[in-house]
Design a protein around this ligand. Structure first.
Ligand code: BYC
Length: 493
């Protein structure tokens, strides 16, 4: 059993040159905020509004403190410490990855020019839009996950939820810093708007579709962190290539934090699948709901839903916006500098599949216009690895069923498949067939009610709800039984 003294585990000491984060400031930062009084004042006047938002729409479960990771440096090693922190006292701050000396714009018409340290006047509107869209998703996800703490399957999972939440809050800070530092009055106004739009709000919703969906339960949360956070990974990966250096450096550091969010999703679904497989084998039935497990068919429907709404986040397959972002040097491709081409792409083409007269048809389109598709393909390939892993858990348990990553055209509201009906297996179907089968393909009220019936909170250290397997390891080398989250009433008892 872990003792109190073991609790303050730190990650390894930094080995290379790192710019340490100044925690003596009201807003921790590694951007010398104290030398820019105007910006400091603007951010300090936004800070209480952020805290008000966090209190109103952040995690609803009252807690005393949580074993959280906080960034202390941006270098490759030893960048974070772990400690108990009351969540509203988390040190949200502004952390940019180290500047790369002589960094250049690596793609588009400005390829080879020095990377921009200020906003190029001609691209101001587009750049601001990209930063606002990115910034809007961060608080949206916190709002979506607000009530999940009430039904956490364990303290380990509760802590992971809160870690994701505080870091999404920090990612909002990252975008607000860029808006306030580089976009003047308009940027300050946009920073305010980021706290005023709310997920699912009828009059003032979040910008992108998936961020207005309810995160109804923990199965959905794990699917969200697997699929939708992974869109975040890929979008940040393209903004990390940006010719606008402060954006590139910000996103580079955000990606470091993002890795844990992917881990939460991948292992969360894996642990549910493992438990489901175990119950199926034990009771020799698919219908494991009476035994406290989540049936595979419901897992598949949740997967179908979250994958398809996450594909919509890539925008239209053919997009002049995407072409302009690339040509202007604002948003690159995934792993841009590792690609073996001219990074300008004029005259290059690629194949695009769409539905024409009830059949799949392939046409050739300019690659520049198909960059959302290029990114989506990278994303889909990555998504397959998780499904493979989950299927291995089924195979290992001797369960013959397999999970399927649906066809890219399934349930799409954005892009070339919008308006067509494609089954998860990739068959184009008519309206009636769709209507007859949609309940087999997407989660309905009965599924959500069934999952909700299992969502009873487990707050005892080391115990786990019956629908999910325990993880093999704890966080930061702590025991799985560690009390990762502490509540007020424990002290009063
Ligand atoms: N819902 O040419 P189009 C994350 C709009 S997730 C509603 O098709 P474009 C995270 C689009 O804005 C990553 N509207 O697409 C994850 C445009 O409107 P405007 C977030 C949509 O512009 C989990 C119009 O339709 N970051 O970080 O090439 C937890 C036509 O657009 C949708 C980014 O997305 C939709 N699904 O690409 C926490 C990166 N899709 O501008 C965080 C920044 C499109 O004409 N954003 N529209 O009024 C972008 O790069 C692009 O805006 C998009 C769209 C990829 C989103």
């Amino acid at each position: 059993m872990t003792t109190t003294d073991d609790r303050l585990g730190a990650s390894p000491e930094p080995t290379g040159p790192v710019s340490r984060i100044d925690y003596s400031e009201r807003i921790p930062n590694n951007v010398n905020l104290s030398t820019d009084r105007r910006l400091q004042r603007a951010l300090e006047s936004w800070q209480p509004k952020f805290l008000d938002w966090w209190k109103a729409l952040g995690p609803a479960l009252p807690t005393k403190d949580v074993y959280l990771r906080t960034a202390i440096a941006v270098g490759r090693d030893g960048w974070a410490i772990y400690d108990f922190v009351p969540m509203h006292e988390y040190r949200w701050g502004i952390f940019l990855a180290e500047a790369e000396p002589d960094r250049r714009v690596n793609f588009g018409q400005h390829k080879g020019e020095p990377a921009w340290q200020t906003v190029p006047g001609e691209y101001r509107a587009e750049l601001q839009r990209l930063i606002v869209v990115q910034g809007d998703t961060e608080p949206a996800s916190v709002e979506q996950q607000r009530h999940l703490g009430m039904t956490a399957p364990s303290l380990y999972d509760l802590r992971n939820l809160f870690q994701v939440n505080v870091e999404e809050g920090r990612h909002l800070w990252a975008m607000v810093y860029l808006l306030q530092a580089y976009f003047g009055r308009e940027g300050r106004d946009e920073a305010e708007e980021l706290l005023k739009r709310n997920s699912g709000d009828f009059d003032n919703p979040r910008i992108l579709g998936a961020f207005n969906e309810d995160t109804t339960d923990w199965l959905q949360f794990f699917m969200f962190t697997y699929f939708t956070d992974r869109d975040g990974k890929y979008q940040l990966g393209t903004l990390k290539e940006s010719g606008f250096d402060p954006l590139a450096r910000t996103c580079t550091f955000m990606l470091k934090e993002e890795a844990h969010h992917m881990f939460v999703g991948t292992t969360g679904v894996q642990r549910i699948v493992e438990r489901t497989a175990q119950l199926m084998a034990e009771h020799d039935t698919d219908d494991i709901l009476p035994y406290g497990g989540i049936p595979l068919a419901i897992i598949q429907r949740y997967l179908n839903f979250q994958f398809s709404v996450s594909l919509d986040l890539f925008g239209s397959e053919v997009s002049s916006n995407a072409a302009n972002y690339f040509t202007s040097g604002l948003k690159g491709r995934w792993a841009e500098t590792r690609r073996d081409d001219d990074h300008v792409l004029i005259g290059a083409t690629r194949e695009l599949t769409k539905v024409v007269d009830g059949r799949f048809a392939t046409e050739s389109v300019p690659l520049l216009n198909a960059l959302n598709l290029d990114l989506r393909d990278e994303f889909i390939a990555d998504c397959r690895t998780g499904v493979k892993r989950w299927n291995k858990a089924l195979a290992d348990a001797g369960v013959p069923h397999r999970l399927l990553l649906p066809h890219e055209g399934f349930n799409r509201k954005v892009g070339v498949y919008k308006g067509a009906h494609v089954s998860p297996e990739g068959e184009i179907v008519d309206e009636q067939t769709w209507a007859a089968h949609v309940d087999e393909w997407l989660p309905g009220d009965a599924d959500r009610a069934a999952v909700a019936s299992l969502m009873q909170p487990v707050y005892e250290p080391g115990r786990f709800a019956g629908w999910i397997s325990p993880p093999p390891h704890g966080i930061n080398s702590m025991a799985v039984e560690f009390d990762y989250v502490r509540f007020w009433q424990q002290d009063n008892a």
